[in-house]
Design a protein. Structure first.
Ligand code: DP6
Length: 360
């Protein structure tokens, strides 16, 4: 059977991940090696995913990419690095009965058309680059029958597309290791915990503003590395301690500690942004009102029932437990109201707890 004139295609979806211990700052810009390890939860829910179809043909003249219906440049160094590394690890394509359909050496003659869509706001601090690049790398790897030469290799490729993308290749609680090897082969993402004992965890996302942020994470963290002393202190002195406490909290199903560290981490990340020169402001007044709301809510309830975390944007991710969800949503409604138009108003969507499934 000849596939010479056939179009080959694969479609995959990848989830968003939310960092509880933040990645902010690289020690190697080229290989995207982080200053510190980070930890996230994968949100395996239908309304926060990237879906990517990759079509391959020998008759395409070049690789092309469409993102949310608009053609985008695919010549960026990051995307080209991912494609090159995936091609290097390509395997033979065989039919179910073992017949060789495409030998691995043949893939170099194929070009890709990649069509990718997010079903949530892109580049608004909702980890769209994480799910986007994870999906990009995973779907091409599937098409090329990519074979890992060491465990976690695919995550090292996704990492070179966008750092946080390596964490979206796995489910549950995911640790992206800092690594020490200069070539970055040990800076991989690993599932730290399946999240099976955390089925009662609920995530509420408050869209404060769905416009693209002014300072990209990549540019923002570069300036922070150059100018923020707090970031240096944080990566050496604070993160190792918080990560170890978080690991214990996850194991012991200790929501209070998990929630407290999550809020502290978010606050320290935004403090580093403020310590950057010139400072970077991702939080808006509405974001700050949400922070105040959470602390008031917890104080009124006499414990830690809800936590917030913010990435490089104004939108809030709240963490709570199932038993508290209705009460929290009612209080949010009372305080903020939900607006269908999401400019500086607050809308919410309630997501299920993270799952441990692999993507696809
Ligand atoms: C604030 O992964 O988008 O969301 O590696 O330069 O592509 P690049 O940055 P990116 O940074 C995300 C930073 C963050 C925190 C986190 O997800 O850990």
């Amino acid at each position: 059977m000849s596939l010479e004139n056939e179009l080959l295609s694969v479609t995959c979806t990848a989830p968003v991940n939310i960092a509880l211990i933040k990645y902010w700052g690289k020690r190697d810009e080229e290989k995207i090696l982080p200053l510190n390890p980070s930890l996230s939860i994968t949100l395996d829910v239908d309304d926060l995913r990237t879906k990517t179809t990759v079509v391959a043909s020998k008759h395409f003249d070049r690789d092309r990419l469409w993102l949310n219906g608009k053609e985008h440049d695919i010549s960026s160094k990051r995307m080209q690095t991912c494609i090159t590394k995936l091609r290097q690890g390509a395997g033979d394509l065989r039919s179910d009965d073992g017949t060789l359909l495409i030998a691995k050496e043949e893939w170099k003659h194929y070009r890709f058309h990649i069509i990718s869509e997010n079903n949530f706001p892109t580049a608004a601090g909702l980890a769209s680059s994480a799910s986007g690049l994870a999906c990009f790398v995973y779907s091409i790897s599937q098409l090329l029958c990519f074979k890992e030469t060491f465990p976690g290799e695919l995550t090292t490729i996704a990492r070179q597309g966008s750092g946080s993308a390596c964490r979206s290749l796995l489910g549950g609680f995911v640790l992206w290791e800092c690594g020490i090897a200069p070539d970055g082969t040990d800076s991989i993402a690993k599932q730290m915990d399946t999240g099976d004992k955390w089925k009662h965890l609920r995530i509420v996302i408050l869209i404060v503003n769905d416009q693209q942020k002014k300072t990209s994470s990549t540019a923002g963290m570069q300036t922070s590395v150059q100018t923020s002393d707090l970031l240096k202190f944080r990566s050496k002195e604070v993160v190792p301690v918080q990560l170890s406490r978080m690991r214990d909290a996850i194991k012991e199903e200790d929501f209070t500690t998990l929630a407290t560290i999550t809020m502290q981490e978010s606050n320290q990340f935004h403090a580093c942004c403020l310590d950057t020169f010139p400072p970077i402001f991702y939080l808006t007044d509405v974001s700050k009102e949400i922070i105040q709301f959470v602390h008031d809510y917890n104080a009124k309830c006499g414990g830690t029932f809800v936590a917030y975390t913010f990435d490089a944007g104004p939108n809030a991710v709240l963490l709570t437990q199932d038993e508290n969800l209705d009460k929290l949503v009612a209080s949010l409604y009372q305080r903020f109201g939900f607006f269908p138009v999401t400019r500086e108003g607050v809308t919410s969507s309630v997501c299920e707890s993270p799952q441990s499934d692999q993507i696809i």
